[in-house]
Design a protein around this ligand. Structure first.
Ligand SMILES: Cc1cc2nc3c(=O)[nH]c(=O)nc-3n(C[C@H](O)[C@H](O)[C@H](O)COP(=O)(O)O)c2cc1C
Length: 208
């Protein structure tokens, strides 16, 4: 895989919250590490619960690199991973003076979406997202809920107006996916595209 980002533009914050779709999160982290990124990973309490509920038993947060390596291969070793507590408001990524390039919240719960939309900064994930918006850096939000209430829809609009990319967890079927991993590859590919990376996570659409 090739990266379009320059050598100094590879620090990415990944927030994982308690919406369904933990597979999207681990696929995205692995794909970014394979691109050589330094990942600052923050997982909310419900994000941890969803990882436990939706992924294999081997997906233990304390041993995440081992899990990612066994599932996605040794290419993840091109990057690095630091895990932060969602309660640690003193982490480097809570400050705009820490230079990182972009953030993705995948999946993003409606609660965290609301917190970002209203600048609440109640957790490290919300604070880091707030930093991305105030510093005019790239923030990709991957919301998952259905159906959506009017406040939830409005919160997406608020985030989009503030400059974030709203990239809903909506995998497509025109690539002929056969497995859940195919669907996760598609979403991770969309996220990498929004972050400025080229990738080979799914075949490009060539028209008909
Ligand atoms: C099994 C399970 C699935 C959930 N799925 C979603 C979901 O898809 N979208 C959502 O917004 N909330 C979902 N929730 C609710 C959130 O986890 C809950 O609102 C939580 O407080 C979010 O907190 P967080 O944003 O700090 O992770 C789910 C909860 C559970 C237990």
């Amino acid at each position: 895989m090739m990266s379009d980002m320059n050598e100094s533009a590879r620090g990415i914050v990944v927030g994982v919250t308690g919406a369904s779709g933990a597979l999207y999160a681990v696929r995205t982290v692995a794909a970014l590490m394979s691109q050589g990124c330094s990942i600052d990973l923050v997982i909310s309490d419900f994000g941890k619960r969803l990882i436990k509920d939706e992924l294999d038993r081997e997906a233990v947060i304390d041993r995440l690199p081992d899990y990612l390596r066994s599932k996605y291969g040794e290419t993840i070793d091109a990057g690095s991973l630091s895990v932060h507590s969602n309660r640690d408001m003193g982490a480097t990524i809570a400050s705009g003076s820490h230079l990182c390039d972009a953030m993705v919240i995948v999946p993003c719960s409606m609660k965290t979406l609301a917190g970002v939309a209203h600048g609440l900064s109640r957790s490290l994930i919300e604070r880091s997202a707030d930093v991305m918006l105030k510093e005019r850096r790239t923030l990709v939000i991957v919301p998952r809920e259905t159906p959506m209430s009017l406040p939830q829809l409005r919160n997406m609009v608020l985030c989009a107006e503030a400059g974030s990319v709203i990239l809903p967890a909506m995998p497509a079927f025109y690539q002929g996916p056969r497995t859940l991993d195919d669907l996760a590859d598609f979403m991770a590919g969309k996220i990498l595209g929004a972050l400025g990376f080229s990738h080979a996570l799914y075949p490009p659409w060539v028209g008909s």
